[in-house]
Design a binder for this molecule. Structure first.
Ligand SMILES: Nc1ncnc2c1ncn2[C@@H]1O[C@H](COP(=O)(O)OP(=O)(O)OP(=O)(O)O)[C@@H](O)[C@H]1O
Length: 242
């Protein structure tokens, strides 16, 4: 049984159909890179998986529970699936530690002392155990994104969805964030990443999903997808990004 299962997913904004029947199964512990041209529907696919966007047709389940816009379903989904965005979205008036503590305290009702212990643990996991009391403006972009990853981890999710999480960073800060994600992958976290980092996709991911015009156009292990693209669309895309 796949951890995340997507069947015949269709999503439109007004008359613009952005996802045109997406099928995808993600197993527990799998690391998936979602690649494709701008506008091919990558972000929309992730946002549908996390209940941030409603969809018109098809079915998404996480651990067999349907992803819908129903409040109860959404609350249970938030406990199981975390999402990290291009923008870090930290509260500027709260320390790194407090940013991390907030999620379990507000969503799960975790007591303050327990939330603090969780925050210390997850900040250590992203290499920021020294930065509990630092405010976002005192941190680099890479460090802020690592706090955002820690905040997602504080919910003890079954899967993490990452939407271009290094795209807002200066090039020299990209690697420290990717290293953290690589560590999570090695620890068995289920990950779906929309990314432009082809080397990361090749080195770390189990499978690569190439989106084109709102559909999964090619899918397979990176060794196959990058070395032997079957369609001209993927050949052209790889020619542009590599
Ligand atoms: N909230 C929205 N309202 C209307 N149209 C939207 C909305 N979000 C996305 N779209 C449209 O959906 C299409 C797919 O967008 P999406 O962001 O999923 O693509 P993408 O592959 O992630 O692209 P990028 O790499 O540029 O982020 C685009 O045509 C976009 O304009």
């Amino acid at each position: 049984m796949a951890l995340i299962s997507i069947e015949g997913l269709r999503k439109r904004f007004g008359t613009n159909e952005v996802l045109k029947g997406v099928d995808l199964e993600i197993e527990a512990g799998e690391v998936i890179a979602i690649i494709g041209k701008s506008g091919s529907g990558k972000s929309t696919l992730l946002r549908c998986m996390n209940g941030l966007e409603a969809y018109q047709a098809g079915k998404i389940t996480v651990e067999n529970a349907p992803v819908t816009q129903d409040e109860t379903d959404l609350r249970s989904l938030r406990l199981r699936v975390g999402m990290i965005f291009q923008q870090f979205n930290l509260f500027p008036h709260l320390s790194a530690g407090r940013n991390v503590m907030l999620a379990p305290m507000t969503v799960k009702g975790t007591k303050e002392a327990d939330a603090r212990a969780i925050a210390e643990k997850v900040l250590a996991r992203v290499g920021l155990e020294q930065k509990f009391d630092a405010f976002p403006e005192q941190l680099s972009g890479g460090q802020q994104q690592r706090v955002a990853i820690a905040r997602a981890l504080a919910m003890e999710p079954r899967a993490l969805l990452c939407d271009e999480i290094t795209s807002a960073l200066d090039p020299e800060l990209v690697n420290e964030v990717l290293q953290v994600v690589k560590g999570l992958a090695q620890d068995g976290m289920t990950l779906a990443m929309v990314t432009h980092e082809m080397r990361f996709a090749r080195d770390v991911c189990d499978r690569v999903v190439f989106m084109h015009l709102g559909q999964v156009h090619e899918i397979g292990p990176p060794g196959e997808v990058f070395a032997n693209p079957r369609t001209p669309e993927l050949q052209q895309f790889l020619g542009q990004v590599q």
